[in-house]
Design a protein around this ligand. Structure first.
Ligand code: MLT
Length: 404
């Protein structure tokens, strides 16, 4: 008789954003006359930039022509894209990264979930609290989390690093040393950023203790302040302790196109084994490469025209972020984030729990956000709004909240 992977039974019934979608769809079905404004999941709303659609169309033409047709993509990524990434995302920032340290994929969500596979099960993980749920859920699926305590909302074998208003939503170095450390900056969900000096402390800590940092840089395009690093490799010594994840979803609107990449430096060695080789083996075995047409679209993101068009998109969303921040502050809310990130993290009013505020906003203002407790126990009483909506809807949402 086959046995199922019982680790899956330890997971919450459904993924956070699926739970929210179900609730909202049920509300919408019974209130068809209401205009619901969705500022929950961080999904983009602007159409693909012209430079991207042009590149897609050109690549489709190539695929439809016998002379230029291509079959399987190289499983680690086409050189044209890996080279464009190295030149623009790394060398331009003074970071030493080579093309064979870049692994192109279908997005940072898959990579952030899959990367734990190259580490032994008895490694101890540390995550920020609140945290993007994929990091913890995928470790639960693998069986790396111990026992769940419903009272605290915590797994016994996971080190939770509280991110609170008091520490500026940047965690302290844990006293008990983890093996794998997940960091995401600019942060999802709190919208906080980390300075280069603080990130350097993490790099030094990881190198001293033999830990590995999984650094999720999906939101780096939203950084507006000086001394906030766009890559962990801006820190000295990061090549020997850090893996970095990137997405094209948030900087180029590829949420429905799917493209991302992971950097595993060749200097990253643990137990005498180069992690670059392990990830290459895993990637090559389980993945047949991102589609050619999508990789060409990714390459276009780095063209001069692409950079300009996408900077305009980022500016559009950050205008939303500023509107949300200022509007909510004026209405008396305590708000964080929204300066280096497209997320605004606010305190639920009048002692409401995160889910109470979710229901309240949905029913009284027909606005969807994300309850902070869905990201971890320290997210309780907080609430996340995304700046990825359309500007007119964002303005209308904030006006509705102000009137409550
Ligand atoms: C979010 O809303 O947290 C993000 O859209 C999730 C993701 O990027 O997968």
């Amino acid at each position: 008789m086959v046995k199922v992977n019982e680790n899956y039974l330890k997971l919450q019934g459904s993924y956070l954003f699926s739970t929210i979608a179900k609730k909202v769809n049920a509300y919408a079905a019974s209130n068809p006359d209401k205009k619901i404004i969705r500022l929950g999941i961080g999904d983009v709303t602007l159409p693909l930039a012209p430079v991207v659609t042009d590149a897609l169309q050109k690549a489709v033409e190539e695929m439809g022509d016998q002379k230029t047709f291509r079959g399987y993509a190289p499983d680690l990524g086409y050189d044209f894209l890996r080279n464009a990434i190295v030149t623009n995302d790394y060398r331009a920032r003074g970071c030493e990264i080579e093309a064979d340290e870049i692994f192109v994929s279908d997005g940072a969500k898959s990579d952030s979930g899959n990367i734990q596979e190259i580490f032994a099960l008895d490694n101890r993980i540390a995550v920020c609290d609140p945290v993007y749920p994929v990091y913890v859920d995928t470790n639960v699926m693998a069986g790396r989390t111990g026992v769940f305590d419903a009272a605290t909302g915590k797994w016994s074998d996971v080190i939770y690093m509280p991110c609170t208003a008091e520490n500026g939503f940047v965690p302290e170095l844990p006293a008990s040393v983890p093996d794998l450390i997940y960091l995401c900056f600019p942060n999802n969900p709190t919208g906080s950023a980390i300075t280069k000096d603080r990130l350097q402390e993490w790099v030094d800590y990881a190198n001293q203790n033999g830990s590995v940092i999984i650094y999720d840089a999906a939101y780096e395009a939203y950084i507006s302040e000086e001394n906030v690093p766009h890559s962990i490799y801006e820190c000295e010594g990061a090549r020997t302790c850090a893996i970095e994840l990137h997405s094209f979803s948030k900087n180029a609107g590829f949420t429905g196109v799917r493209l991302g990449y992971t950097v595993v430096p060749k200097d990253l060695i643990r137990g005498g084994v180069a992690l670059n080789g392990l990830w290459a083996r895993r990637h090559g075995t389980k993945y047949n490469g991102a589609p050619y047409i999508v990789q060409r679209a990714g390459e276009a993101v780095y063209s001069p025209e692409g950079k300009k068009q996408l900077a305009d998109q980022v500016a559009y969303y950050m205008k939303n972020a500023a509107y949300i921040r200022e509007g909510l502050s004026d209405a008396g809310y305590t708000v964080y984030g929204g300066v280096n990130a497209p997320y605004i993290w606010l305190k639920a009013p009048n002692g409401m729990s995160s889910w109470e505020f979710f229901d309240y906003l949905l029913e009284k203002a027909n606005i969807v956000g994300t309850p902070g407790s869905g990201f971890g126990p320290s997210g309780e009483t907080y609430f996340r709004l995304t700046a990825f909506g359309q500007y007119e809807n964002t303005v209308e949402a904030i006006e509705r909240i102000k009137k409550l």
